[in-house]
Design a protein around this ligand. Structure first.
Ligand SMILES: Nc1ncnc2c1ncn2[C@@H]1O[C@H](COP(=O)(O)OP(=O)(O)O)[C@@H](O)[C@H]1O
Ligand SMILES: [Mg+2]
Length: 314
């Protein structure tokens, strides 16, 4: 059974006040997410990510197509019990503390009173909210509110979570914590579906991704298939004399002087060992050697900039 599947999912919004007309925000989206996947749903702002997630949550209804979660129609009551959802830019009634708010949610989720306090404490630990949990949400930073949103989304021990831009508004440490949380959820057997417009968030996390642009699926599949594992070249940084560099100059695609003796060499994919040998024989010291691979960013630029310009519709 698939965790999430959509078939030909499309959504038209009505836009324009005097002359209402449909604007197609999502076009014929077909996806299959396996149980246990950490699935990145990627695309630039306005691509249709939130629209797709809202359709899956049945906050809005499709113009055509359908969606299933854990083998049942999205919106099915049984399914709702087993999923968690973090909306984009969550906000909460801010006179409560995080603890009070989550205890309230726990009662809505029918978590028995005897278990509530322990469950709330656990999810607050999971999202890394410390002593602030007894502070009113009013005083929270954007990153802390985001953490409360995540805690709320995992309170019912879901089998599938939908996070809309979980890393938005977070500093690098916060992003790292969220990445860690997603992996913890995966290790507990939860399927994680999250959207992002920042590719590096996905690159280290996801086993599968879908890339959407202008409401259409531009690519999808295993990250390794999309990005490829081929080495495109090597970036070698060495401290070497100009004479040593001269001996390998024809073997490098480009040589950049960083400062004084330090040089960066752009080498072709064929073995860099020969170049290293010549340089070290000439007394050079290796600072670093890194393979250059195609990144998701390259892929994204290729596909998204290759897409047709967006139609004038609003
Ligand atoms: N309620 C709405 N009414 C009209 N247009 C909308 C509405 N919600 C979103 N849109 C438009 O649909 C497109 C996709 O939006 P959205 O799904 O929010 O994109 P993303 O989450 O990828 O940034 C955008 O062009 C947006 O302006
Ligand atoms: Mg969005």
């Amino acid at each position: 059974m698939l965790a999430i599947e959509t078939e030909g999912l499309s959504k038209d919004y009505q836009v324009g006040f005097w002359r209402p007309r449909p604007y197609r925000a999502l076009h014929d989206l077909t996806l299959a997410v396996e149980q246990g996947d950490v699935y990145g749903f990627l695309g630039p702002n306005g691509a249709g990510k939130s629209t797709a997630i809202k359709l899956l949550m049945q906050l809005i209804y499709p113009t055509s197509g359908h969606a299933r979660i854990l083998g049942r129609p999205a919106g099915d009551v049984e399914v709702r019990r087993r999923i968690g959802f973090l909306p984009e830019n969550p906000s909460f009634y801010d006179y409560l503390t995080a603890e009070e708010l989550l205890t309230y949610f726990a009662s809505l989720f029918d978590i028995p009173a005897a278990e509530r306090a322990a469950r709330v404490a656990r999810v607050l630990d999971d999202v890394g909210l410390g002593a602030e949990r007894r502070m009113r949400l009013r005083g929270y930073s954007k990153g802390m509110v985001q953490r409360v949103g995540l805690a709320q989304a995992i309170l019912n021990d879901p089998d599938v979570v939908f996070f809309d831009e979980p890393m938005s508004g977070l500093d690098p440490l916060g992003r790292r914590d969220v990445r860690q949380l997603l992996l913890t959820l995966r290790d507990r057997g939860c399927t994680v579906f999250f959207s992002s417009h920042i590719l590096s968030d996905a690159e280290t996390l996801c086993n599968r991704v879908a890339i959407i642009a202008q409401g259409r699926l531009a690519a999808g599949g295993r990250l390794t298939d999309i990005v490829g594992v081929d080495v495109l070249g090597w970036e070698l940084v060495v401290d070497a004399s100009p004479e040593a560099i001269a001996r390998v100059r024809t073997r490098a695609r480009r040589v950049t002087v960083l400062h004084e003796q330090r040089h960066a060499l752009d080498l072709p994919p064929e073995s860099p060992e020969a170049v290293l040998q010549i340089l070290t024989d000439a007394g050079a010291r290796v600072v670093s050697l890194n393979p250059v691979r195609k990144t998701l960013e390259d892929f994204f630029v290729q596909h998204v900039t290759g897409a047709a310009p967006r139609g004038e519709s609003r």
